[in-house]
Design a protein around this ligand. Structure first.
Ligand code: SF4
Length: 449
C-alpha cells in the first residue's frame, strides 16, 4: 500500500490527509497527524473523501486518460498524452496567431496550491502575454481583502489557527463555523474545554449550531453588522476600554473614526440591530477587556454590497483595543477554499480586477501603456516592476546571490498583472493611492500607521 500526503479539497480549513492507495486505486483516506490545521482529525466530509474515488465512481465519472473529438459532433476517442499536449499547444498557438494573446483566458481555483497558481500565472503573463487569468477566490474574498487593505494596509490575515488556543474571547460573526469549518470548530470546542473562562460571542441573524457554543448570542437584524461594530466601539470609547497607547503608536485616522461612531449610541444601535442593550454592553466589554480577542468571520460579512465596510468596521475594533499582533488576538477571515490566500498572493487579487491593456491616463512610468505586446517579446514583457531589469537578470541574481528584494522582484514579475509589472505606482502597490482610489472605501476606518 502506498501513502501520499495531500489536502482535503472541501472547505477552507484545509485539513491535511494521507491518501492510501494500491496501484491506481485509492483505498482509504485518513487525517495527517502532523498537519498543523487538523493534527490528524477529519470531519465526516473528509473521512468519506476516498468514496469519491472508489472504483465504481471512478469508472463512471472520472476522466482517466486524454480524450479528443475529431470534430464537435463525434464521440471523443482516447489519445496519448503526447498527442493531447501537442494538440492543446497547437490550438493555443493558432488562437494567439489569429486573434492575439487576449483571446486566451484562464479561470483557476482556490483549491490550487500556491505553486500551481504561480505556474499558471507564469504561463499566462510570462509566456502567452495576457492578463486574462482569474481565480474564483477573487470574488469570494473581495470584501475581506478590501477591509484588510483599508485598515491594515495589506491583504494578510494577521492570525493563525493556533490563536484559538490563546484567545480568551472569540467573536464569531457571519459564520456558521460548526458546519462550514467543522475541524476549526472542534478546535474551538477543545479550547473552551481546556479554558472554561474563554468567552465565545456569536453574531448571526440565524440561530445556528455555532450559537449553541456561545456564552453570548446576538441575533442582529440582517445587514446591521456595521452598526453593531460601531455601537460597540462607541461604548468602548465611552467606558475607556480602548488602548490609547496602541492607537497613538500604531494607527492613524482614529479621530475621524471617533467622529463616525459618535452617534452610534446604545439606544440607536440596539434599535437598529434588534438586540438587547445589556447584550450589546456585554459584547463590547468582553471584546475590549479580555486579554486576547480573536474575531472569526466569513461570508456573512463578505458576500454583501457593504462587505468591505463590515470587514473594516470589525477590524477597527481590534485596532482600537490593541487586540492584534499578539498571541490569541486579531481579525481572522475564514475562507471558503483552502488556498484562497494563495490566489490572492499570486495576482488574482481582489478587489482590483486585472487592469485593461489600454493607455492609462496617469502614471510615472515612461513606457507608454497599451503597446506592450507589440513592442516587446513575451520574455521581455515580464521585465521588472521598476521597468528596468529583465526577468532573466533577476533570476540570475537570485540564483547566484539571492536577496529578498531580488526574489520578490522575480515573484512580482511572474505574478502581478502586466500593468502592475510595468508601473511601480499602481494603487495596488501604493497604500495612500489605494485608500483614495478604492471604490469599496465606503466606511470610515482607522489604519495602521
Ligand atoms: S474540516 Fe474541511 S478541510 Fe477538514 S476534513 Fe472537513 S471538509 Fe475537509
Amino acid at each position: 500500500m502506498k501513502e501520499t500526503q495531500s489536502t482535503c479539497p472541501y472547505c477552507g480549513v484545509g485539513c491535511g490527509v494521507i491518501i492510501e492507495s494500491t496501484g491506481d486505486q485509492i483505498t482509504g483516506v485518513r487525517g495527517d497527524p502532523l498537519h498543523p490545521a487538523n493534527f490528524g482529525r477529519l470531519c465526516s466530509k473528509g473521512l468519506n473523501l476516498h468514496l469519491t474515488a472508489s472504483a465504481n465512481v471512478t469508472k463512471q465519472t472520472r476522466l482517466l486518460y486524454p480524450m479528443q473529438r475529431a470534430s464537435r459532433n463525434l464521440t471523443p476517442q482516447r489519445v496519448s498524452w503526447d498527442i493531447a499536449l501537442d494538440s492543446a499547444a497547437d490550438k493555443f498557438a493558432q488562437v494567439i496567431a489569429d486573434h492575439g494573446p487576449d483571446a486566451i483566458g484562464f479561470y483557476i481555483s482556490g483549491q490550487l496550491l500556491t505553486e500551481d497558481y504561480y505556474v499558471f500565472n507564469k504561463l499566462a503573463k510570462g509566456l502567452i502575454g495576457t492578463n486574462n487569468i482569474d481565480s474564483n477566490s477573487r470574488l469570494c474574498m473581495s470584501s475581506a481583502v478590501a477591509g484588510y487593505k483599508q485598515t491594515l494596509g495589506a491583504d494578510s490575515p494577521p492570525t493563525c489557527y493556533d490563536d484559538v488556543n490563546h484567545a480568551d474571547c472569540i467573536f464569531i460573526v457571519g459564520s456558521n463555523t460548526a458546519f462550514a469549518h467543522p475541524i476549526l470548530f472542534r478546535r474551538i470546542e477543545d479550547a473552551k474545554k481546556a479554558n472554561p473562562a474563554l468567552k465565545i460571542i456569536v453574531v448571526d441573524p440565524r440561530r445556528t449550531d455555532t450559537a449553541d457554543l456561545a456564552d453570548l448570542y446576538l441575533p442582529i437584524q440582517p445587514g446591521t453588522d456595521v452598526m453593531l461594530f460601531n455601537g460597540m466601539l462607541h461604548i468602548m470609547l465611552w467606558e475607556g476600554w480602548i488602548d490609547q497607547d496602541f492607537i497613538n503608536t500604531h494607527t492613524d485616522g482614529f479621530e475621524a473614526l471617533k467622529a463616525t461612531v459618535r452617534d452610534c449610541t446604545p439606544e440607536i444601535t440596539t434599535e437598529i440591530c434588534g438586540i438587547k442593550k445589556a447584550d450589546l454592553l456585554m459584547a463590547a466589554q468582553l471584546f475590549a477587556t479580555c486579554k486576547a480577542s480573536l474575531s472569526l468571520y466569513c461570508q456573512g460579512l463578505n458576500q454583501s454590497s457593504s462587505g468591505a465596510a463590515k470587514n473594516a468596521a470589525l477590524i477597527n475594533l481590534h485596532l482600537a483595543t490593541g487586540h492584534i499582533g499578539k498571541a490569541g488576538a486579531g481579525p481572522f477571515s475564514l475562507t471558503g477554499q483552502p488556498n484562497a490566500m494563495g490566489g490572492r498572493w499570486s495576482s488574482c487579487k481582489s478587489p482590483l480586477p486585472p487592469p485593461p491593456l489600454v493607455p492609462m491616463p496617469t502614471c510615472c512610468c515612461p513606457r507608454p501603456h497599451g503597446v506592450r505586446r507589440k513592442a516587446l517579446s513575451p520574455i521581455q514583457s515580464v521585465a521588472s516592476r521598476a521597468c528596468e531589469r529583465p526577468l532573466t537578470h533577476l533570476v540570475k541574481q537570485g540564483m547566484t546571490g539571492p536577496s529578498p528584494q531580488n526574489l520578490q522582484d522575480v515573484w512580482n514579475c511572474c505574478c502581478l498583472s502586466s500593468h502592475q509589472v510595468h508601473c511601480s505606482t499602481t494603487p495596488h502597490l501604493n497604500r495612500s493611492g489605494w485608500n483614495t482610489a478604492n471604490p469599496h472605501a465606503d466606511a470610515t476606518s482607522t489604519s495602521l500607521a
